[in-house]
Ligand binder design. Structure first.
Ligand SMILES: O=P(O)(O)OC[C@H]1O[C@@H](O)[C@H](O)[C@@H](O)[C@@H]1O
Length: 301
């Protein structure tokens, strides 16, 4: 039986315009707001990307789950290097993870080629100035679905002064049970333990989860993987243009304080946020650009 041709469909979820894409047995759902991936699944296996059961599809609000884009800074701005803070005129009042995850992006085009579908979204700060961030920059996210899912987030400095950014593809992964999974590829990496006074430490072996986790890993390799014995699969993350990653799970107490998040949802998700943060921020000369790329796939154990 021959495979169905790729398809793209526009749908609306409550207040948000979304694009549903099918390529082979891969399905993808992307919200135009924030160019936020909401869902990615291969065939009948469990979704690779996690979306909260309590997700709300409202304008101006990032959806809990999927892959929000954090830009032009990651996390709390006042925790960023001075050069990133200096881009903003009031760092103490800046929202966590920057502004673009809750704003509408422009759909530049949908390309169907060689059995793959690519959606291109852009955000231009000249057309939509960000509050207290007076810089001319263009951000483009290309989302390509073939046998894998490929993301390329390109930042371009359109101004006349250097631009300094931190950023992340804040991907929520679906796991059978966080207590059983391991993340491989971090052995020997330095990390910042944000839960213990932002101390610098060093990872020994694979990373398992026994409590709230919120760490910035540095000098990360191009490949990280999530080994999930419950679902007998390995999720592979292949990154380019990034040497840092945030590993996050809120666990029991913080889960109760999160929006759009069921009390027990911490058991079923894990964020690995492919990033440029801490000593891996991006400095762009006038006219220069930078690409942060991530490819996702999975294989049976
Ligand atoms: O609730 P938000 O703003 O989407 O942030 C979720 C989490 O995002 C992670 O990147 C941070 O490291 C966590 O500290 C934070 O809680």
């Amino acid at each position: 039986m021959s495979a169905l041709p790729p398809s793209v469909e526009r749908i609306e979820l409550d207040e948000l315009v979304c694009w549903r894409v099918q390529v082979g047995d891969g399905t993808l759902l992307v919200a135009q707001q924030g160019a936020q991936i909401l869902h990615y699944q291969q065939g009948t296996q469990a979704p690779i990307i996690w979306l909260s059961e309590q997700a709300r599809y409202q304008r101006g609000q990032s959806v809990r789950g999927g892959a929000p884009v954090c830009w032009p800074w990651f996390g709390g701005l006042t925790r960023n290097p001075a050069a990133v803070q200096a881009m903003h005129s009031n760092p103490a009042s800046a929202p966590a993870h920057g502004n673009v995850r809750g704003l509408d992006w422009q759909l530049l085009g949908i390309d169907q080629h060689d059995g793959a579908v690519t959606l291109q979204f852009a955000f231009d700060s000249r057309k939509h100035p960000l509050p207290d961030w007076p810089h001319a920059a263009e951000l483009q996210l290309d989302i390509r679905l073939d046998q894998q899912l490929h993301l390329e987030l390109r930042s371009r400095n359109l101004g006349t002064q250097p631009l300094v950014l931190s950023q992340a593809l804040h991907t929520y992964f679906a796991v059978s049970d966080i207590r059983d999974v391991r993340v491989h590829g971090l052995d020997g990496c330095r990390y910042i333990e944000t839960l213990e006074d932002w101390q610098e430490r060093q990872q020994q072996g694979a990373l398992g989860f026994t409590g709230e986790t919120d760490r910035i890993y540095l000098d990360t390799p191009t490949r990280l993987s999530i080994v999930d014995p419950g679902w007998q699969r390995r999720i592979l993350l292949d990154a380019r243009g990034s040497r840092s990653a945030v590993l996050w799970n809120p666990w029991i107490d913080k889960a109760k304080r999160l929006s759009q998040f069921a009390e027990d949802a911490w058991q079923r998700m894990l964020c690995i946020e492919t990033a440029n943060i801490w000593d891996d921020c991006v400095t762009l000369a006038p006219g220069a650009s930078h690409s942060l790329c991530l490819s996702l796939s999975s294989e049976p154990l």
